[in-house]
Design a protein around this ligand. Structure first.
Ligand code: NDP
Ligand code: MG
Length: 385
């Protein structure tokens, strides 16, 4: 019996992780965490009987404290203060919280020397240097869950020193073929319609702006210790090739599969073994043609923005990610236009003086200031006040 924590259990990756656990069997779900989705969390606690549940939303915590008598053997925690004391005996943690809110539990998990299957890319973007430091010091391990990074991880096995470049595939999102002049007409409903993946709202908007690919460039830089000049993005609308690695002799390895996050989630749990999976597998006779094209850097400036922020390092990727979270949330509340998203993030990055990052508290301080600046800049752009 293996013991697992699912952080962000009520989200898209969190619920798929629990599906994988159900299919694999032989797992005890020891820890769950959620924010506001009380109904789903309630059902999950009834089903899995976790020993610890972490609530990051104050009202949700008060709600579950109030009905704790219904759940014998489950302790409820307000935020992450007790988290490090609850990790005894865990085999793996799945990090499926969205945004920089995932930084704290991810770092605590790594400090405990555990394996984390990491979907929460924003932690790598804001705290990549700290993550590498903790990995080296405490012997923990990250198995990427993000499909591209899982693919690269699989292609790299054994040969990291002979890599020429990492080739990150991107579906291109719903506006891949839209003319630049039509971007002004994009609605929230258009942006939430991802052609290949069903995901949480924030990452779906990031995919539409292609800032998601930007975040993944920085994520790849840290996960695979790759220089930014060796990370290339290619648009591949079918989302069958999940990413590729080119080696020094020119050979390219790719990992293929149907777009189904349960496959990389399962690998993060079973690695280095592979378990038979009940999900529909790729049938190469049915696969049809695969297409690859260069990204449109001019209409999706979020990609270059991420290369620039990643290369600058220090505060730049923190400011970029924090502002992006604020701006995307405003778009999801119908307060700004789609075309306001990336320019506002770029303006935040430009207006914030660059600094070196000293500590985790310093990351949180930069993040908080960036969010405040983004909120200020947004006031000028609000279309539906
Ligand atoms: P969702 O929005 O579906 O779920 C997010 C989870 O995080 C929910 O459990 C939510 O709780 C919780 N949460 C939200 N806000 C906070 C907070 N402030 N503090 C603590 N927990 C919080 O996101 P996804 O599952 O789509 O994405 C999760 C991560 O995985 C993201 O970093 C994303 O980039 C990455 N990822 C996702 C993919 C996908 O297919 N969905 C693919 C690749 C990467 P609640 O619902 O209870 O409020
Ligand atoms: Mg991805």
């Amino acid at each position: 019996m293996k013991h697992l924590a699912v952080l962000g259990s009520t989200g898209s990756i969190g619920t798929q992780t629990l599906e994988v656990v159900d299919a694999l069997g032989d797992y005890e779900v020891a820890i769950l965490s959620a924010h506001k989705n009380r109904d789903l969390l309630y059902k999950q606690i009834k089903k899995y009987h976790p020993r610890d549940v972490f609530l990051t939303d104050k009202d949700s915590y008060a709600y579950f404290r109030g009905i704790a008598g219904e759940f014998a053997g489950t302790r409820f925690h307000d935020g992450w203060a007790d988290y490090a004391d609850c990790l005894e005996g865990l085999d793996c943690v799945i990090g499926a919280i969205t945004g920089a809110a995932g930084i704290e539990p991810t770092l605590l998990t790594l400090r405990a020397g555990l394996r984390i299957g990491l979907a929460n890319k924003e932690t790598m973007v804001e705290a990549g240097d700290l993550v590498l430091d903790l990995l080296a010091r405490y012997g923990g391990e990250i198995i990427p869950v993000d499909s591209e990074h899982s693919a690269i991880f699989q292609c790299l096995e054994g040969k990291p020193e002979e890599v020429e470049k990492i080739i990150l595939t991107a579906s291109g999102g719903p506006f891949r073929t839209w003319a630049a002049e039509d971007f002004a007409k994009i609605t929230k409903a258009d942006a939430l319609k991802h052609p290949n993946w069903s995901m949480g709202a924030k990452i779906t908007i990031d995919s539409a702006t292609m800032v998601n690919k930007g975040l993944e460039i920085i994520e790849a830089h840290y996960l695979f210790r790759a220089d930014y000049d060796r990370i290339q993005v290619v648009v591949h609308p079918e989302s069958i090739v999940h990413s590729m690695v080119q080696f020094v002799d020119g050979a390219v390895k790719a990992q293929l599969g149907l777009p189904d996050m349960r496959v990389p989630i399962q690998l993060a749990l079973t690695y280095p073994a592979r378990a038979r999976a009940p999900y529909k597998a790729l049938d190469v006779w049915q696969m049809g043609s695969l297409h690859f094209e260069a990204p449109r850097f001019d209409v999706f400036p979020g990609i270059q923005m991420a290369y620039d922020c990643g290369k600058k390092g220090g505060s730049a990727p923190i400011v970029m990610n924090a502002c992006n979270e604020v701006v995307v949330a405003a778009f999801l509340r119908d307060e700004i236009r789609f075309t306001d998203i990336v320019p506002t993030v770029m303006a935040c990055v430009e207006k914030t003086p660059w600094t070196r990052v000293e500590s985790l508290d310093h990351i949180f301080q930069i993040d908080t200031e960036a969010r405040a600046l983004a909120a200020d800049l947004l006031k000028a752009r609000v279309v539906h006040p």
